[in-house]
Design a protein around this ligand. Structure first.
Ligand SMILES: CC(C)(COP(=O)(O)OP(=O)(O)OC[C@H]1O[C@@H](n2cnc3c(N)ncnc32)[C@H](O)[C@@H]1OP(=O)(O)O)[C@@H](O)C(=O)NCCC(=O)NCCS
Length: 175
């Protein structure tokens, strides 16, 4: 099977109540570093991860299934957006809807904080991630040449603009 072939007929989707989201804590680090090293050709080092998490705008979250961390994501608070730096799902738990659930949760946080967009940069060779972000409602809006110091790869900038749902009473008031 290649990386983009859909195994969805074989892979059951998770129900929302099977997923527990929480803040990343110090004791998650070995597990998160394991997932990071498995997921990326140029993984962040532990000291880079710690520096990011210690920064004022750096947020780390994990997703647990049955009490075990199966995914994590890192995002940065910007003035009007969140920038997702890393998101990774453990290999055997992919295509079950966990990544999408993470993105939906992060979208939900936009309204709470009055921010309007999610932004992320995906390496030009990472087609599965490009398809993932597209499936989650992002659009590729730009190319960033040699985006990362540690690699020659170019990146696609993926952008999601948040449009809060119009409440029914607002609609009624207008008509
Ligand atoms: C990208 C990643 C986070 C997706 O997580 P996931 O839990 O497998 O994603 P989901 O199951 O929620 O997929 C949602 C949709 O995205 C698309 N998608 C996800 N992975 C895909 C793939 N390998 N090929 C094609 N489409 C894919 C599909 O449309 C999918 O819906 P479907 O399964 O009903 O067809 C995961 O593959 C991963 O950890 N990759 C390695 C790290 C990485 O590249 N991170 C992104 C850059 S920071």
């Amino acid at each position: 099977m290649n990386a983009t072939e859909s195994p969805k007929n074989r892979t059951p989707k998770l129900t929302p109540d099977a997923i527990h989201f929480r803040w990343m804590i110090r004791s998650d680090l070995p597990r998160v570093m394991h997932l990071e090293n498995c997921a990326f050709a140029n993984p962040w080092r532990e000291d880079e991860m710690l520096k990011f998490l210690a920064s004022r705008n750096g947020i780390g979250m994990v997703a647990e299934l049955a009490g075990v961390v199966r995914a994590y994501w890192l995002y940065e608070l910007r003035n009007i957006s969140y920038e997702i730096h890393n998101i990774a799902v453990e290999h055997t738990f992919r295509r079950m809807g966990l990544g999408r659930a993470i993105i939906e949760r992060t979208k939900g946080k936009l309204s709470e904080s009055n921010r309007k967009a999610l932004v992320t940069y995906v390496a030009d060779f990472n087609l599965p991630a490009q398809l993932f972000f597209k499936a989650c409602g992002f659009r590729a809006t730009a190319i960033s040449r040699q985006h990362w110091e540690e690699s020659d790869a170019d990146a696609y900038r993926f952008f999601y603009r948040h449009r809060p749902e119009t409440r029914p009473e607002t609609k009624a008031a207008k008509s």
